[in-house]
Write a protein that binds this ligand. Structure first.
Ligand SMILES: Nc1ncnc2c1ncn2[C@@H]1O[C@H](COP(=O)(O)OP(=O)(O)OP(=O)(O)O)[C@@H](O)[C@H]1O
Length: 426
């Protein structure tokens, strides 16, 4: 669009006075108003470039945040976006971000003034989200598209920096993945104590997988890997997957297969659009399907519970392939209820039992909670006694017991050990 048209369009705009002043060509506008059309000849060769970012695009939120951080301070028309942020201390604080409101704004990027129009359609809905359709349009002088590339790249980088050291959990909403709650502080993998060597074995397998795409591509094998963690409740399956995601720098996409609105098509779509570098987590996979060997009565009990079919799930899992490493984790308390087809190699490449506390696990947990003198000997004595009294204690029970006795003396901790060993399994 030539500059002359652009300036006359601007003069129709309610923000014209302030905006044009900011635009830095106030003098040009004054000349135009006084009829000095010829002075614009100087500008005739200039063109406008525009960039439209619809709300469905991943860059949309990043761009709004970036404008907030960089340019929106110069605008008076703001709207608030409230979020929750977890501090390093673990405390969760409420955070208010002011983002440019619906309307026109101007901000400066380098030496260029940029006009930003954020619009919201009154009559068009984003059908997936049920929210009004929005767009942001950036307009600047010139022909250099690279400025927009660098703005988008800066916006992306800013969003990444904000999540540095955090694990983002995503939830499926409609046909999209949306962040679930606030990004959580990464849980150190060493804080989830599994039986000797298990944690290292799974981590090593994942790392090898991620760092070796060519091995899969050269052999024509889909670049994905499936894991199944099974065992009693409260033994650390979910905690370990969260910690592992943090260690790998991945986010987690949680899928609830029992959700009524989940169809085969939607599942397929969700798996194919999952954010890059994320673990797909299918928790309690036994709750969604029964084994094909189960009786018709058992099957009837499940019938009507969800719309996704077993064969649909198998197809979706087989179809999960991308140039990005795709990792799928499933968890269950009841491995025997799973259909063998679901956990055959190719769909589940590694199965690991995450079970009751071994003596060494209890010792390590003790040492994470207590640091008194002679803690190592106390840990050993406590672990021996606890496992003798009850070999089926979950780490969740041990954690609960230690929290209850965090200020107690060692004598109290070991003397009350019976209450831990009799306590209901968590
Ligand atoms: N191995 C472990 N090391 C440290 N903490 C653990 C461990 N296992 C469980 N916990 C603690 O117990 C609680 C419950 O653990 P988690 O939810 O990971 O268990 P789970 O095996 O996934 O249970 P479920 O099968 O019921 O989903 C968490 O607070 C976690 O910190």
């Amino acid at each position: 669009m030539p500059l002359t048209e652009y300036i006359s369009a601007l003069s129709d705009n309610p923000y014209f006075g302030a905006g044009f002043g900011l635009f830095g060509v106030g003098a040009g506008a004054a000349l135009l108003r006084k009829g000095f059309q010829s002075s614009l000849i100087l500008f005739r060769r200039h063109y406008m470039i525009t960039l439209e970012v619809p709300c469905r695009d991943k860059s949309y939120q990043w761009l709004l945040q970036w404008m907030t951080a960089k340019g929106a301070k110069q605008t008076q028309h703001l709207s608030v976006e409230t979020s929750f942020e977890q501090k390093d201390s673990g405390l969760i604080k409420t955070k208010y971000d002011f983002i440019p409101n619906i309307g026109t704004h101007f901000f400066r990027y380098g030496r260029t003034w940029i006009k930003v129009e954020r619009t919201r359609e009154q009559h068009t809905l984003d059908l997936h989200m049920g929210t009004p359709w929005e767009t942001v349009q950036l307009t600047a002088f010139g022909k250099d598209k690279h400025m927009f590339f660098s703005i988008l790249e800066e916006a992306r980088q800013l969003a990444l920096d904000q999540h540095e050291g955090k694990t983002i959990m995503y939830n499926a909403l409609g046909s999209e993945w949306r962040p679930l709650g606030h990004p959580r502080r990464k849980r150190p993998i060493s804080s989830v104590i599994l039986d000797t060597g298990k944690s290292e074995k799974i981590l090593k397998d994942c790392q090898e997988f991620i760092s070796n795409p060519s091995w899969y591509i050269n052999r024509g094998i889909p670049y994905r890997r499936g894991y199944l963690l099974y065992g009693p409740p409260g033994c650390g399956k979910s905690s370990y997957i969260t910690a592992l995601a943090g260690e790998l720098g991945f986010s987690i996409c949680i899928l609830n297969l029992s959700e009524r609105s989940l169809s085969d098509d939607r599942l397929n779509h969700l798996l194919s659009v999952a954010p890059q570098q994320s673990i797909i987590l299918l928790e309690d996979i036994d709750a969604a399907f029964v084994s094909r060997e189960d009786t018709t009565q058992q099957k009837a009990a499940y019938e009507g519970l969800n719309r996704i079919t077993f064969s649909g799930l198998l197809n979706c899992l087989d179809g999960v392939a991308s140039t990005e490493a795709r990792i799928v984790f499933m968890t269950t308390n009841y491995i025997k209820r799973l259909d063998p087809a679901l956990i055959r190699p190719g769909r589940v490449d590694m199965q690991e039992y995450i079970g009751w506390c071994s003596q060494s696990q209890i010792e390590q947990m003790y040492l994470r909670f207590y640091d008194e003198e002679d803690a190592a000997r106390h840990a050993k004595l406590f672990a021996e006694k606890a496992t003798q009294l009850n070999p089926n204690i979950s780490p969740a029970q041990v954690q609960g017991y230690f929290m209850l006795h965090k200020h107690s003396s060692f004598k109290d901790v070991i003397d009350n050990c019976e209450s831990l060993c009799q306590s209901r399994k968590i």
